[in-house]
Ligand binder design. Structure first.
Ligand code: NDP
Ligand code: MG
Length: 380
């Protein structure tokens, strides 16, 4: 029986992780949320973890009262998140918080020798070099939850140690596939939040609409699989059935397929190397007779070029790009800026914050802060 911690248990990945618990042999020993204590209370009563971390201090105090009859401990803030991530009895930490707030708990979990089931891609985008190096030093596994990265990981199980020549990173193209940059000047928040294939949290849904999500995933793949960004091709695949593919030196391509449902990659990260029956309905390939593939339109989706630039530069540029994007997406979700401004603001932050080729965790936090400040000052 594996003891798992779910950071971000109330979100899209968090709730889907809970949904597959009865398919895997796991016990949840801690959960964490930001503010949603109603959901956290239900989850705590159901799962009986020993600890609940609530980032918001006031909400944590409220939850403490609500759970007073249970003996479940409630902690708060970044300290609380780190306590959950390093709980002595935990084997695996599912990092399903959204945003770079996941960085410090992930590093603390690695330092404590915990394996990571990583959904929180922002952590690798900001500090991939630091996270991967620490994981290697500590001998902990970083098991990908993101569907594309799980696909690549699964393709490599058939590689018998042969290296990757090229990664084909598939992208649905999002709700604005086929639109020009000009047409995207007039899209609404409701349109941007309506993803054709996946139901996910708001931030990643907006990232999918701008294709920044694929940019973040390019950097995530670069760090996870130690490949050059030029060896990663982005392929638009509207049906989201082929979740990504790996090309080997002889030109052979191995792809992983399945219905677009995150419960499968989440489950595989938690049962690897074993495969066990999954709740996701099996793929009915004859019904999916139309699998299509396109090159992405980098002119219409400038986020892709920005991410390639950050990937090639490494250093603090990933943290700058990510921080600016988090700030811009938040402003868009609060109706403060139109959709097309998101990549423009990210570019302005990337052009302004001083570039650092070598980084520490402090540099990452500082670059993130600087990028957010620039975005906010440009919008004022
Ligand atoms: P959601 O917005 O649905 O959920 C985010 C979770 O993180 C919630 O539990 C939320 O708590 C918690 N949280 C938010 N802010 C903080 C904070 N400051 N401190 C502590 N906890 C916080 O996000 P998703 O589940 O969609 O995404 C989570 C991560 O997984 C992201 O990095 C995303 O890119 C990645 N991912 C998601 C996929 C998906 O299908 N959803 C697919 C692949 C990757 P509360 O409910 O209290 O706000
Ligand atoms: Mg993905």
């Amino acid at each position: 029986m594996k003891n798992i911690v779910i950071l971000g248990s109330t979100g899209s990945i968090g709730t889907q992780t809970i949904d597959i618990l009865d398919s895997i042999d796991a016990n949840v020993c801690a959960i964490s949320v930001n503010t949603n204590i109603e959901r956290a209370e239900q989850q705590a009563r159901l799962l009986q973890p020993s600890l609940v971390a609530v980032y918001d201090a006031e909400k944590a105090s409220e939850l403490k009262i609500r759970l007073a009859d249970t003996g479940i401990r409630v902690v708060s803030g970044m300290e609380g998140l780190i306590e959950a991530a390093t709980l002595p009895e935990a084997d695996v930490i599912v990092t399903a918080v959204v945003g770079m707030v996941g960085l410090l708990p992930t590093l603390a979990a690695i330092d404590a020798g915990k394996d990571i089931a990583l959904a929180n891609k922002e952590t690798l985008v900001c500090a991939g070099q630091i996270v991967m190096k620490r994981a290697r030093e500590k001998g902990v596994a970083i098991l990908p939850v993101d569907s594309e990265h799980s696909a690549i990981f699964q393709c490599l199980q058939g590689a018998a140690g042969n290296g990757i020549s090229r990664i084909l990173l598939t992208a649905s193209g999002g709700p604005f596939f086929g639109m020009s940059r000009e047409q995207m000047r007039h899209v609404t928040k409701e349109q941007a939040l309506h993803h054709p294939n996946w139901s996910m949290g708001a931030k990643i849904t907006i990232d999918s609409a701008s294709m920044m999500n694929k940019g973040l995933e390019l950097i995530e793949a670069m760090w996870l699989y130690d490949v050059e960004p030029d060896d990663i091709d982005i392929v638009v695949h509207r049906e989201s059935i082929v979740h990504s593919a790996v090309e080997f030196t002889d030109g052979s391509v191995i792809a992983q397929m399945g219905n677009p449902d995150m419960r499968l990659p989440i489950q595989y990260a938690l049962t690897y190397p074993a495969r066990v029956p999954c709740k996701v309905p099996p793929l009915d390939l004859p019904r999916r007779h139309n699998l299509t593939f396109f090159a992405p339109d980098e002119e219409a989706f400038p986020a892709l070029g920005l991410a390639r630039r950050a990937a090639a530069a490494r250093g603090n540029l990933g943290a700058v790009m990510n921080g600016a994007n988090e700030a811009a997406v938040d402003l868009f979700l609060h109706d403060q800026i139109p959709f097309y401004r998101i990549p423009e603001l990210v570019r302005e932050a990337m052009d302004t914050v001083d570039y650092l080729p070598e980084i520490t965790v402090e540099d990452v936090l500082e670059s993130d802060r600087a990028a957010r400040d620039i975005v906010h000052s440009l919008v004022k």
